[in-house]
Design a protein around this ligand. Structure first.
Ligand SMILES: Cc1cc2nc3c(=O)[nH]c(=O)nc-3n(C[C@H](O)[C@H](O)[C@H](O)COP(=O)(O)OP(=O)(O)OC[C@H]3O[C@@H](n4cnc5c(N)ncnc54)[C@H](O)[C@@H]3O)c2cc1C
Length: 430
């Protein structure tokens, strides 16, 4: 019997593991192949912020997916805990997007209007009001945009919980299983070639993080991608100094359990080298102490790095690969893969099971809450407008990069971030 599995997923990071969980939950026989240890690449390095509002500078498709995904976390946290006993550490204390300069204040005040118009909670706080919420915040603060909806999780635990839940639901999970190439026959994906030989399936999902483009290139599919190294460090405090995440240009501080503070992150495009550099850390430390001077008193814990999977137009690839039936891409989530993992898992499962678009649009439409919120522009949107908004959301992430592609914001030949800004080392927040 040639087809041993319904679906083979390449890559055991948070994205591949979420897809495995979603498919196993829906009765598919799944094989998840990871070339190293599960969740040890970008997914282990992440700060775990669910920054649907803090990360997005506009309210385009990526924002719509991001808030949909963020809304899935409370239920997901319960479901994963029930299946695996793993607590993913969901914290819903909100985030302060801090202004340390006039320019930042103007940007954040504009963002407040945009977020409110989209029906989200966003409140500009004076420096005094922000300090009242978080007394450890620097006296140099000009004020802060309080985003109550943006939470955080323990990223490595989320990745582990997805993989373990998939296992519990019957998925086969193989570590140290390197996929050397994708197997195709007459315009169809039929499996993968591993170091142990071929494995066959009806569907193949490539969720190999920043290495996905290389696998796709092997069968002539062009998915331009590149790594963006990010370095982080953590410190320990004897008593908790923060409740909310602090986020500003070039730096964030995320309070974790047990008085631990996670500080990130540098931005080094096109580096596959995961060495943590002294220069990167030194600059990060300066920025972090500017944001929260008391950090200087904290005890050093450790430093690490990871490779964010970025695409040339800054949007992830999520969907069917047009050139081959049965082939799907789920990669390029750059700095929001933890946040986007629930929705990506669900959407890819919808594609695999329902053939795609028809099965998933109405459900997402309900979850999206476009049109909710008081006094917002969005409130006036009709159902049919919402439906066509969903169609454009799908188009935006289609891996089809032909001239007909409706992907937005594509600027080939240059390195642009998800927000359309050019990437410079240590310039963006992470
Ligand atoms: C410093 C840093 C901070 C971040 N902070 C946040 C944050 O706060 N919030 C957020 O939402 N996101 C954050 N991110 C982004 C997030 O970590 C990524 O978007 C996400 O982890 C991507 O997941 P992935 O599964 O696609 O990739 P990965 O986690 O890299 O997983 C891909 C997996 O595929 C495997 N693989 C590759 N090739 C093969 C092959 N040929 N065969 C078998 N297996 C293969 C790899 O070994 C790897 O385990 C951060 C990233 C970094 C680096």
């Amino acid at each position: 019997m040639k087809h041993m599995n319904d679906v083979i997923i390449v890559g055991g990071g948070v994205i591949g593991s979420s897809i495995a969980y979603n498919l196993a939950k829906r009765g598919q026989s799944v094989m998840l192949l990871e070339r190293g240890r599960l969740g040890m690449e970008a997914s282990a390095a992440a700060a775990g912020m669910l920054g649907a509002q803090s990360e997005m500078e506009d309210t385009g498709p990526l924002f719509q997916w991001a808030r949909q995904s963020r809304a899935m976390f409370p239920q997901l946290s319960e479901d994963l805990n029930a299946l695996t006993g793993i607590d993913i550490g969901l914290v819903r204390e909100g985030l302060l997007n801090v202004a340390l300069s006039d320019v930042q204040e103007q940007e954040l005040r504009a963002r407040e209007k945009l977020q409110r118009a989209a029906g989200e909670q966003a409140e500009w706080l004076s420096a005094a009001a922000a300090a009242k919420l978080e007394p450890a915040l620097s006296g140099a603060t000009r004020g802060a945009l309080y985003l109550q909806g943006d939470g955080q999780v323990e990223a490595p635990l989320l990745a582990a919980a997805f993989a373990q839940a998939a296992r519990v639901l019957g998925a086969k999970v193989q570590e140290f299983a390197q996929v050397q190439g994708l197997l195709t026959e007459r315009g169809r994906a039929v499996g993968v070639m591993t170091s142990e030989g071929p494995l066959y399936s009806d569907h193949v999902v490539v969720a190999a993080g920043t290495w996905s483009g290389q696998l796709m290139a092997g069968i002539g599919v062009d998915l331009p991608m590149y790594p963006v190294k990010g370095e982080c460090f953590s410190v320990l405090t004897t008593k908790p100094l923060l409740r909310k995440t602090l986020f500003t240009t070039g730096c964030y501080i995320v309070p974790k359990a047990g008085g631990r503070l996670l500080v990130g992150a540098t931005v080094v495009p096109n580096s596959y080298d995961r060495k943590v550099s002294l220069a990167g850390l030194a600059e990060l430390m300066d920025r972090a102490r500017l944001l929260m001077p008391a950090l200087g008193e904290a005890e050093w814990e450790k430093a690490w790095s990871g490779l964010r999977p970025q695409t040339t137009d800054g949007l992830p690839y999520i969907g069917k690969v047009p050139a081959y039936d049965g082939l799907y891409a789920a990669c390029g989530h750059y700095r929001n893969g933890i946040l986007l993992s629930p929705v990506t898992g669900k959407v890819i499962a919808d594609f695999v099971l329902g053939g795609g678009e028809d099965s998933f649009q109405p459900e997402l439409e309900l979850g999206l809450e476009i049109g909710s919120g008081t006094g917002s522009e969005a409130e006036t949107q009709s159902g049919s407008q919402t439906f066509s908004a969903m169609e454009s959301l799908l188009d935006a992430f289609s891996p089809d990069l032909s001239g007909e592609s409706k992907r937005i914001g594509r600027r080939e030949g240059n390195l642009f971030s998800a927000t359309g800004k050019e990437l410079h080392s240590i310039e963006a927040a992470h």
